[in-house]
Design a protein around this ligand. Structure first.
Ligand SMILES: *Cc1c(COP(=O)(O)O)cnc(C)c1O
Length: 365
């Protein structure tokens, strides 16, 4: 298939990557400039790999303007391993407070229950996970080890517009599906993390940004590869890191810095793309129904439904024929979902909106 035949891929993850990044990776695949081998064939402790992991970290620090008292770690095990590592390292026999806003925070809470006794201080179940809590709805226990949120629920398509203020309680955030979608004040968080395969790179690496005082909570009895402090001391090289995935994160962050021009610019582009898509939903006279309450709509994941399951299916089949793919909702909720991450070009969203208008006209009863 020639490269010009690439589809518009609305997958929630692993997801679309920026075309210039894939091109560059392709060019360098056989031979990194000046190295004579691919990034997959060199030692992680070599002079060839050093500038790659350091470059990725520097770019992440620059993009998010990360204060000096934070460490940036590259881990494996995806977001799911963080669901376990966070309580393992940070509870220290105390409770923690979780805001359950959808499938991923719910899963994080249930994993934390295998390790300690966390408390759910809010659960959006009664609102069918259509919205996030407002600041005044969240009460935290003063002695909680940390407060936990998921900034963007990938499956329900709801996103915090403002993060809760937790005072002295470290705020922990799963930002897997909205990392780098907009500027974020990292100093508000104790720990912010994202698996790469939504908005940052390929599967295989998870970026963890942790405030240095929290590293002191990791006791000596925690196995090394689950221990934030030991991993930070070893600069993410306690064992072999996912070299290729880190290399891709370096390319994606370079693209964000140099091609896009930083996260303010990325945010403006993302808001515009999301507005186009929500407009297509809102102006369909109820043919398309979005899931989220308007005030909490995600600019990354847009779940919606048609009047019947038959039409949901027909929509997907016909969309696929014109190169708009992977529009099925998560297997747990059904319906449709368009993920419009950073790397989804505006043209892809416009093409989807046009298709939606056309499909609605033809299939209205
Ligand atoms: C995809 C996703 C996860 C799970 O990530 P894995 O890397 O597969 O463990 C967790 N949280 C959020 C918000 C996600 O979008």
């Amino acid at each position: 298939m020639p490269v010009t035949d690439r589809v518009y891929n609305f997958s929630a993850g692993p997801a679309v990557l920026p075309f210039p990044v894939l091109k560059k990776a392709q060019e360098e695949l056989l031979c990194l400039p000046g190295v004579g081998a691919s990034v997959m064939e060199v030692s992680h402790r070599s002079k060839a790999f050093e500038p790659i992991i350091e470059g990725a970290e520097t770019n992440i620090r620059t993009l998010l303007n990360i204060p000096n008292n934070y460490s940036v770690l590259f881990l494996q095990g995806g977001a799911l391993l963080q669901f376990a590592m966070i309580p393992t390292n940070l509870l220290n026999g105390k409770s923690a407070n979780y805001a359950i806003t959808g499938s991923w925070s719910k899963k994080a809470f249930s994993e934390a229950n295998l390790i300690g006794n966390p408390k759910a201080v809010w659960d959006g179940k009664e609102f069918s996970y259509k919205r996030k809590p407002a600041a005044h709805e969240l009460q935290f226990e003063p002695d909680a080890a940390y407060a936990y949120i998921c900034s963007n629920e990938t499956i329900e398509g709801i996103q915090y517009q403002e993060y809760p203020n937790t005072g002295n309680i470290p705020l922990i955030c799963d930002s897997s599906s909205d990392f780098f979608c907009k500027p974020v004040d990292v100093s508000k968080f104790g720990l912010l993390y994202a698996c790469a395969q939504k908005n940052v790179g390929p599967a295989g690496v998870t970026v963890v940004i942790i405030r240095d005082d929290l590293l002191e909570r990791s006791g000596d009895r925690i196995p090394s590869l689950l221990n934030y402090k030991k991993i930070a001391e070893a600069k993410s090289m306690l064992n072999t890191p996912p070299c290729f995935a880190i290399y891709m994160v370096k390319l994606v962050t370079e693209w964000l810095l140099h091609d896009i021009g930083g996260l303010d610019k990325m945010y403006a582009i993302n808001k515009e793309k999301a507005a186009l898509l929500y407009e297509a939903i809102d102006h369909s006279n109820g043919f398309y129904k979005g899931h989220a309450d308007k005030a909490y709509r995600s600019i990354m994941n847009v779940p919606f439904r048609l009047p019947s399951e038959e039409l949901d299916k027909k929509f997907q089949d016909e969309a696929k024929k014109v190169g708009l793919t992977t529009l099925g909702g998560h297997r747990s909720v059904g319906g449709l979902r368009a993920s419009i991450y950073n790397a989804m070009p505006r043209e892809g969203v416009v093409k989807l909106c046009d298709f939606m208008d056309d499909f609605a006209q033809k299939n209205k009863s």
